[in-house]
Every structure is written in structure tokens, then in C-alpha cells.
Design a protein around this ligand. Structure first.
Ligand code: AMP
Length: 399
């Protein structure tokens, strides 16, 4: 892969358009979890130290092509200013047009301008050429993409803009994400154990298929496990299931068997009468009582999964193993977080992606023990599914 790095660019005195992923939760003019903003700081600091004039662009939420104050990046500008140690971060209330042009031209070396949400314009998601050209006009022919979390989107500020600049390069966060995930799928230290959870099989079919070829084992928990279990004729009570995916789940399990691939499903679980009930019971899957819903993996499964994780040299984890937002059903996910952290402590490379599993790792206080926490949920899933990310392709092999 032939890609420029921000380190290769002559930045001094140049306006550089940096696509970041500042898609963070905001409310009442304040930023909630600012992880994504903090993760871009190395790129922004490097560029500022080298005398770049930084024009930053991002999306936030889904304003559906219209101005919607709920999705304004203004609170992020304030937060970024704090994170940059008080360095002024200018803000333009539209990502194109006279204000953005004037403010980008007024930048001096090392200064930062954040543009308003690119998704206020429908042309962003349409990857419109004219809109891309207008964005590119805000810089001096230099584009840096540090938005790994948006790299699976062929949008104007991620892909279209690259046609209108002289040089397009990856930022440091983008490089770090690609290095960790790339090594895992190309030459992982083995055993390579993948852990998948979350709500739906349908979101992760391609990931299951691809990782079955690459990993040494796969541990499946969360609601998605029930479609696999039901496809084997096991009782699942009222647990979440995708009945239209039963054939597919059966085929995937048959494929795993044919390949002699270690695909482990839960053997026991924690159940409740409904998601709002805290009256729980724990049974083997085969003993699932009628009218009860599986909401977390049980102690035998935790033990079995933890043993696999403990022997791993590479671990990729995406998706919680139960409804971890409720303390009564968080134990499985937290135990897996501890197992992954412990394996990392013994030298394994651990990669956690997907908003919910990242939140669980942070909640457990173990985030600092994980080798790499991916900022891109959807992008990391597509990468693990073996798909090419348009935002990365746009930086690769440019003539
Ligand atoms: P995803 O976005 O696919 O990673 O799914 C995450 C969601 O799946 C979280 O909100 C979890 O609460 C939910 N989830 C995980 N396990 C279960 C389960 N056994 N039953 C219901 N929801 C679950």
C-alpha cells in the first residue's frame, strides 16, 4: 500500500485541510465523551509544530443535509481549545462559503480553524464534486485524512476532496488504526482469537465469514449468539433472535465445522423475564426455560471464553457479550474485558472496536491496558470483513 503520511508533507505556512472524526456526543453546548477529539491531538500538534495552518472538518450525527443546531460542532471547538492548552480555535458557522474562506485565509502558522458540520449539506454524503472542490479551495492543495471512523464512507470531505488537492496523506491516528487492524488481518501473532457480541448477526455476517478464514478461534456472545443457538435447535426462550438469518447461521456453523474452525457459542446464560426485570436466573443453554430471555453469558461461558483469551497472542473484540448497560447483565462483558486486559499484560496484542465494547472497557477502568482501542466502529468492522475502505483507497496509489 503506497500512501503518503502527514510526516511526508511540507506543511510550513500552508493551509492544510484535515478531515477528522469529531462525531462525539454533545448536549447543552457541552461535549460528552471526547475520546475521538483527544485521539486526533498527535496529528494536530505535529501539524501545528511544523507551521501548518489547520482547517479542520468533521461530521457530527445525522443532520440529514440540513442545518440543525443539535448537531453543531461549536461545542467541539470549545473543547478542542481546552485540549490544545488554550490555543485559540476559530470556528466557521458553515463549512463552505465566504466566512470559511475568509477565516481560512486569516490563519497564521500553527493556527486552527474548525468548520461547522459538513453534513449540514446534502452534497457531503452524495460525494458531490462541486462541493468537494469548494472544500478543497479552503486549503493550499494539502489534504490529511485522520478520520478512520469515517473511512468507510465515500463522502465529499473524505473521498471527493482528494481529487482537488495536490497531495493527500494519512494522519497519525489513521496510520495507527491501519497498523493495528492491518497486522491483525495480515500477519497476526497466533493464536488469534476474535470475540464478537452485540445485537445482530446481520451486522457482522461478513466479519464472521472473513475472520473464520484468518483467526484461530471465534467466541460469540451477546444477542447475536441466539440466532446461532436456535439454528442448532437449542431452546432460547424469548431471547432476541433474527429468524430470517437462521439458515445463514446454520451455514456459517457448518462451514466452521468443515474447516475445523473453533467457533464457540455460549453454554450457559443469565436470564430475566424481560429487559427491565432484575430478577435473574442462570441456566445452561439447553435448560433455557420458556418465557425467559438471555441477557448475558453465564459463568461457565465466561470461564471457557476467558481461557481462550488467556492463551491468545492477538485478540480482536467487537460488541458486548450481554446487555451490559444494565448492571445485572454486565458481568459477562466486564469479565471478558478483564480477560482481554490480562492477556495484554502477558504480551498479547488486543484491539477493541465498536462503541459499546469500547464503553464497556472504559467502564471497567481497563482501557489503558488494551493495546489499541479503535475509534471507528463501522469502519473497523468493514476492515475486519476484508472490505476496502473508500477513505483509505482515496489516499492510496495516487498518481
Ligand atoms: P451492537 O450495536 O450490535 O454492538 O449491539 C450492542 C447492543 O446489543 C447493546 O446495546 C447491548 O445491550 C445489546 N445486547 C447485547 N447482548 C444482548 C442480549 N443478550 N439481549 C439483548 N440485547 C443485547
Amino acid at each position: 500500500m503506497n500512501k503518503l503520511s502527514i510526516r511526508d508533507l511540507e506543511l510550513k505556512g500552508q493551509r492544510v485541510f484535515v478531515r477528522v472524526d469529531f462525531n462525539v456526543p454533545t448536549s447543552g453546548g457541552k461535549v460528552g465523551d471526547d475520546t475521538r477529539v483527544r485521539e486526533t491531538l498527535p496529528t494536530l500538534r505535529l501539524a501545528a509544530e511544523r507551521g501548518a495552518r489547520l482547517v479542520l472538518a468533521s461530521h457530527l450525527g445525522r443532520p440529514k443535509g440540513k442545518v440543525d443546531p443539535k448537531y453543531s460542532l461549536a461545542p467541539v471547538a470549545a473543547r478542542l481549545q481546552e485540549l490544545l492548552g488554550g490555543k485559540t480555535v476559530a470556528f466557521a458557522a458553515d463549512c463552505i462559503g465566504p466566512e470559511a474562506e475568509a477565516k481560512s485565509k486569516a490563519l497564521r502558522d500553527g493556527e486552527v480553524l474548525l468548520l461547522e458540520n459538513v453534513r449540514y449539506h446534502p452534497e457531503e454524503e452524495a460525494n458531490d464534486a462541486e462541493f468537494s472542490r469548494k472544500l478543497a479551495a479552503l486549503c493550499d492543495g494539502l489534504f490529511v485524512c485522520d478520520a478512520f471512523g469515517s473511512a468507510h464512507r465515500a463522502h465529499a470531505s473524505v473521498v471527493g476532496i482528494t481529487k482537488f488537492v495536490r497531495q493527500a496523506a494519512a494522519g497519525l491516528l489513521m496510520e495507527k488504526e491501519l497498523a493495528y487492524l492491518g497486522k491483525a488481518i495480515s500477519h497476526p501473532d497466533r493464536p488469534f482469537v476474535s470475540v464478537l457480541g452485540g445485537a445482530k448477526v446481520s451486522d457482522k455476517i461478513e466479519v464472521v465469514q472473513n475472520l473464520m478464514k484468518l483467526a484461530d478461534a471465534m467466541l460469540i456472545g451477546g444477542a447475536m449468539a441466539y440466532t446461532f443457538l436456535k439454528s442448532q435447535g437449542l431452546p432460547i426462550g424469548t431471547s432476541l433472535v433474527e429468524n430470517d438469518k437462521l439458515d445463514l447461521a446454520r451455514d456459517l456453523l457448518a462451514e466452521a465445522e468443515r474447516r475445523k474452525f473453533r467457533l464457540l457459542l455460549p453454554v450457559d446464560h443469565v436470564l430475566a423475564g424481560s429487559i427491565d426485570s432484575t430478577v435473574t436466573r442462570t441456566t445452561d443453554i439447553a435448560q433455557t426455560p420458556e418465557g425467559w430471555m438471555g441477557l448475558d453469558i453465564g459463568p461457565k461461558t465466561i470461564e471457557q471464553f476467558s481461557r481462550e483469551i488467556s492463551a491468545a497472542r492477538t485478540i480482536v473484540w467487537n460488541g458486548p457479550l450481554g446487555m451490559f448497560e444494565k448492571p445485572a447483565f454486565a458481568q459477562g462483558t466486564l469479565a471478558i474485558a478483564r480477560a482481554v486486559a490480562a492477556a495484554s499484560g502477558k504480551g498479547a496484542t488486543s484491539i477493541v472496536g465498536g462503541g459499546d465494547s469500547v464503553a464497556a472497557v472504559e467502564q471497567s477502568g481497563l482501557a489503558c491496558q488494551i493495546s489499541h482501542i479503535s475509534t471507528g466502529g463501522g469502519a473497523s468492522l468493514e476492515f475486519l470483513a476484508g472490505e476496502k475502505l473508500p477513505g483509505v483507497e482515496a489516499l492510496t496509489n495516487r498518481s
